[in-house]
Structure formats: C-alpha cells, structure tokens
Ligand binder design. Structure first.
Ligand code: NCD
Length: 294
C-alpha cells in the first residue's frame, strides 16, 4: 500500500484484509524488531487531537518506528511557510511516512501528490477519517464476531462529520446496513446518499444493533436547535429501548450532556473506550501495510 487517504474507494477484500490485520495486531505481542524498525513516522496535525495523534504514536512505536511530531502553532507556518514546503521540510529530515490531519478536505491527498511519499489521512475537513473507521470496524468485529448483517444508526451531525464520511462507505462495503439519523439540516439529501435517513431517533433506536453517536461540530459551522438534546441525545430512557445486545459507540471527543448522557457514556452498552484501544492495532495495520510498500 502506498498511502491511506480514505476508505471510500476500497474494495471489500482490501478492507477485510486491513480489519484482519488489525485483529491480528490486537491479539499478538510483537517480537522486536518490528516491521517499521528504524523508520521515522512524522505526525503533522494542523487541528487539535488527543486519541488519533497519541494512538498513531503508540502504533508507530510498537512497530519499531521513531516518531516526530509537528506542532503548527509553534512552526514556520506562522511565518507564512506553505503546506507544501512544510511537508517537504519534514520529509527532508528523514521522515518516511507522514500522518496528516488538516481542516481542508483533500490536504493529505495534495501532500501525497506533491511529494510522492506515503501519507496517512488522520482526518481531512468533513471528508474522511479512515483510520477511525478501521478502528471502529475492528471494535464491531471483536464485539459481535461479524460486521455483515449488523444494523447501524449513525446519529447526529452527519453532514460535518468525517467519521461518518468514512463509516457510511466502510460499513455497507462490509455488509452492514446503515441509517443516518439527525435533524434534516445536518443530514445529506436523498440525491447525496443512497442510505436510509431519518430525523426520528425514537423510531430507529429499538431496531438497530449499534447507535453510533457524533459530536455536533460547531467549529465546522453546525447549528442546532434548542430541541436537539430532547430529540437526539442518547440518555437512559432511549438506551432502555435498545435491543438487549445493542451497543453505543462514539469516536470522541464526547460532549456529555449534548449527544450523550453521562449514564450512557459510562454505562454497560458503551464501547467508547474499546474504540480508543482498538485505534492502536488499526493504525498498526495501516502503518505496517505502508511499511511493506516502502
Ligand atoms: C473526530 C475527529 O476529529 O474527526 N475525533 C476523532 O478523531 N476521534 C470526531 C470529532 O471531532 O468529533
């Protein structure tokens, strides 16, 4: 694999292969030296991040790589350096694989095009967040034993979510059925998606295996009405109406008291911390696949 820019165009076999690899890393203790022994992975995060950046660092180190983290607010970007020059500079320091998060859609693709070097998309604008999706697929696979046949409601600010942008392709590719739930102004229109949509969480909540909640992304222009919490918050009352085996997921960061209540976030149905843990083997799978292509 040369770069990992999105899951939208991945074939089922390729996606299954990555989930299998991730599952293998989740259950295997690596012997040193790892497959990225001696390489350097550079993290270029132009937007805030906790779990994505840290889990890439953990994943790269478990594979034997060194990591170099770039902090844009302390860099020459503040002196007017371009993204292209910044990327070329970091690569010239001996970085072999770049992990890029940026508010502009397509920025990781551009860096890959400009440099010809391996780039992993760690979230670009509202477009894709493919390694989050891979960690979530691993979480579902480990919890339910399968992804095919699951029914998943993705709930909340769909239109500004890069997590949804990746999941709404990855889940159907692996045979899950997806319904997008949210206020109509935060949902794609029928011409924009072939997936089922609903603005009524109460009609959907008892009929799915997974309720996947999203944060309302105010920083990307989302506006919500004052009845948002009443209509879309996952609280104990709605959790009680879920199927006995159904689970709640969230990519984090959670806005407790908006899309999810404390009781549900910390409750028995929540897979939120499994998602964080599974982000490490998922990112190991991607890094290792890229390392093989170097
Ligand atoms: C998400 C992101 O940054 O896209 N978080 C994450 O990486 N786990 C979701 C969000 O910001 O709401």
């Amino acid at each position: 694999m040369k770069s990992f820019l999105g899951v939208r165009h991945l074939a089922r076999d390729d996606l299954e292969d990555l989930v299998d690899r991730a599952a293998w890393y989740a259950s295997t203790r690596l012997e040193a030296p790892g497959p990225l022994d001696g390489l350097t992975v550079g993290a270029l995060f132009f937007e805030p991040s906790t779990r994505t950046r840290l889990s890439f660092e953990v994943a790269a180190r478990r594979l034997g790589a060194h990591t170099l983290t770039f902090f844009p607010e302390q860099s020459s970007l503040t002196k007017g350096e371009t993204l292209q020059d910044t990327a070329l500079t970091v690569l010239s320091l001996g970085v072999e694989i770049l992990v890029v998060r940026h508010s502009t859609e397509g920025a990781p693709d551009s860096i890959h095009r400009w440099t010809g070097r391996p780039v992993i998309n760690a979230g670009d604008g509202a477009n894709e967040h493919p390694t989050q999706a891979l960690g979530d697929l691993l979480t579902l696979q480990r919890h339910f034993g399968t992804i095919a046949g699951l029914s998943v409601a993705i709930v909340g600010d769909i239109s500004h979510s890069r997590v949804a942008g990746s999941l709404m392709h990855a889940l159907p590719t692996l045979g899950a059925e997806v319904t997008l739930v949210g206020p109509s102004e935060l949902l794609p229109t029928a011409t924009e998606t072939a997936l089922a949509t609903s603005d009524d969480l109460d009609r959907v909540v008892g009929a799915v295996d997974v309720v996947y909640l999203l944060r309302v992304q105010n920083e990307r222009g989302a506006n919500i009405d004052s009845d948002y919490n009443a209509r879309f918050q996952m609280g104990l009352d709605r959790a009680a109406r879920m199927r006995a085996s159904a689970v709640v997921m969230h990519p984090g960061p959670m806005n407790r008291g908006v899309e999810i209540s404390d009781e549900v976030a910390d409750g028995p149905r929540s897979l939120v911390l499994d998602q964080v843990s599974n982000g490490v083997p998922a990112r190991m799978a991607v890094l290792a696949a890229i390392g093989e292509g170097l």
